[in-house]
Design a protein. Structure first.
Length: 583
């Protein structure tokens, strides 16, 4: 079967090149006609401009107004343009107007004077919703629909909990509505502090693009790229049309389709060989043809040998396939592995991967159902084979991402503990509990020394103290966004100090985090989280905790230090994440 498959592939490649040679001109003609048709299509655009105070630092000369003025007149008489300005709230500064109307253009330029970079906050979701609504209610059905979104920051309404909810609404519901309305979002980030994951998600989910402008001089270049992308370049779907050209199939089909048949049938039918073996006695009557008979016998022997070889190869292949089937049916020892549901979209914080193949998707018959419209029915799977776990996308509509890199359909990627997986925009962490810390099995705390570590044989490691012996479970913090530059942080001390200051055990380099923000303490065989009167509070599972009031942790808990997200994990508590307080 493998030999036949290889022959078919080779013939297919040859036939493909023949088609390309015979149909080259027709394909080019199709591309040109589509480009011309697109250039004549009407265009409805909304500019969404960030008016927060931080923009003044990134665009001190107000070059945005100058660039927008040039941009506005470059799309011809069929283009219409609107403008939304946002800081704490979103304002429709100008409705969709014709760019070739001098009076309308003058009003639009006057409205640009409202961009003064004095706003206190940055309400991005409200601005995008207002732009979508403008195109949805006033846009033309036959027009290209575009939103050009410019910002230098993150979602900031002054309420951290509300920010989290509105960012989720923006990534899920508004992005879905934009795609449904056929609106493409082109995003521009003005600084390294911008939320690039948000900006990239909006662009990718709506088939738009995103750009970075590191200074005022980059603004003009970015707008020129956007102009080309809108008016000149075909969409991704357009690039799939050339291979469907039909006239190419008449090139050389008859000669090439006749040849494969005898070549594929001859090796598979050894039965004619027996006829040639019984034939030589009839040819003995002619002594002059002895040499010919001998050569025929040699040829027949070679053919028989080839036939036997092919039969043996087929039997070997079949035996291998049977062996593989047996391996599949026989139970294997699967190591302990979990998926941590960062956003709790499944209703379970910790999900055990205890099957050889774990199916993931929107349909309820999957092993891990994610009931979200942007997730495909059978989106992806995680398979345990050859002593490793592999993630494989199943041709999902909105893709599967491993550590923010898109993986191709049916191209398995090997997983390691701490990997970040996204099904569309829904984030999970892959954890191998046996690898949470490496080495230590028992930890002993005393008053003089934070930690004493004993190896598996019971021998004390150097520098440890024998007093106040206490056996505890190993624990770690998973840094969801890698703010600390470490994906997994092992809790190796009796009291782990967390904050912005460099003397903390876990340093979070964010201005909104207090110098000494919180602690995680191990006592009485449990771990406790305690806020240290931080300025912006500590959150446990989205609830603010009272300062200096320790709260017991369980495996899978989500901890936030003013927006900096971590997941607390215990080695031996899976898959439910519930703490067995009676143990």
């Amino acid at each position: 079967m493998e030999l036949r498959g290889k022959m078919i592939i080779v013939l297919g490649i040859l036939f493909f090149f023949i088609q390309i040679q015979s149909g080259n001109g027709q394909v080019k003609g199709t591309d040109t006609s589509e480009h011309d048709q697109k250039s004549q299509q009407p265009l409805d655009m909304v500019l969404v401009l960030d008016n927060s105070g931080s923009m003044k630092k990134n665009d001190p000369q107000f070059l945005t107004r100058e660039v927008v003025t040039k941009f506005m007149v470059g799309f011809g008489e069929k283009a219409r343009l609107a403008m939304v300005i946002f800081d704490k709230e979103a304002e429709l500064a100008e409705s969709l107007m014709n760019t070739d109307d001098p009076d309308a253009r003058a009003r639009f330029l006057k409205s640009l004077n409202k961009v003064n970079y004095k706003g206190p906050f940055s309400n991005i979701p409200a601005a995008i919703e207002r732009a979508i609504y403008e195109i949805k209610t006033r846009g033309r059905k036959d027009a290209q629909k575009i939103i050009i979104f410019m910002t230098d920051g993150i979602v900031d309404t002054g309420d951290k909990k509300r920010d989290f909810e509105r960012e989720k609404w923006l990534k899920q519901d508004l992005a879905k509505e934009s795609k449904k309305q056929g609106i493409r979002i082109f995003s521009i980030a003005f600084s390294n502090t911008a939320d690039f994951s948000l900006i990239q998600t909006l662009a990718l989910k709506t088939e738009g693009e995103y750009f970075r402008a590191y200074g005022p001089d980059d603004i003009q270049d970015v707008f020129e790229k956007i102009s080309k992308a809108i008016s000149g370049l075909p969409k991704k779907s357009d690039s799939l049309t050339p291979p469907k050209v039909q006239p190419v199939t008449t090139a050389v089909p008859t000669k090439k389709t006749e040849r494969p048949k005898p070549s594929t049938l001859q090796p598979a039918k050894p039965s004619p060989i027996t006829i040639e073996v019984t034939a030589p006695p009839a040819r003995k009557e002619s002594p002059a043809q002895k040499d010919d008979i001998f050569s025929h016998l040699i040829l027949a022997g070679i053919v028989i040998l080839l036939g036997v070889t092919i039969i043996i190869m087929v039997l070997i292949i079949k035996s291998r396939s049977l062996t593989k089937e047996r391996v599949v049916t026989e139970p294997r020892a699967i190591p302990l592995a979990d998926l941590i549901d960062v956003e709790n979209v499944t209703g379970n914080k910790t999900l055990a991967l205890n099957k050889r193949i774990t199916k993931i998707g929107r349909n309820p018959d999957n092993d891990i159902p994610i009931v979200r419209d942007t997730v495909s029915g059978f989106h992806a799977m995680i398979e345990y084979k050859d002593d490793f776990f592999y993630l494989e996308d199943q041709r999902s509509m909105n893709k599967t991402y491993l550590n923010e890199e898109e993986i191709g359909p049916h191209a398995p990627k090997r997983l390691k503990s701490g990997d970040e997986i996204m099904f569309d925009i829904h984030k999970f962490l892959f954890i191998l509990p046996d690898q949470i810390p490496s080495g230590a099995t028992v930890m002993h705390f005393d008053e003089e020394s934070d930690t004493s570590i004993y190896d598996g044989a019971g021998a004390k490691m150097p520098g440890s103290s024998p007093r106040n012996v206490l056996s505890i479970q190993r624990a770690m913090l998973v840094d969801v966004k890698s703010i600390t530059n470490e994906k997994s942080i092992i809790l190796k001390k009796r009291i782990t100090r967390i904050g912005r200051g460099i003397k903390n055990d876990v340093t979070i380099p964010e201005e909104t985090v207090s110098g000494f923000h919180a602690t995680i303490e191990c006592r009485d065989e449990f771990y406790y989280l305690e806020d240290q009167r931080s300025r912006n509070k500590t959150f446990l599972n989205n609830e603010a905790i009272v300062p200096n009031s320790p709260v017991k942790l369980k495996s899978g808990d989500e901890i936030m230090f003013n927006g900096c997200e971590f997941v607390f994990l215990l080695e031996d508590q899976f898959p439910s994440g519930e703490t067995d307080e009676g143990s």
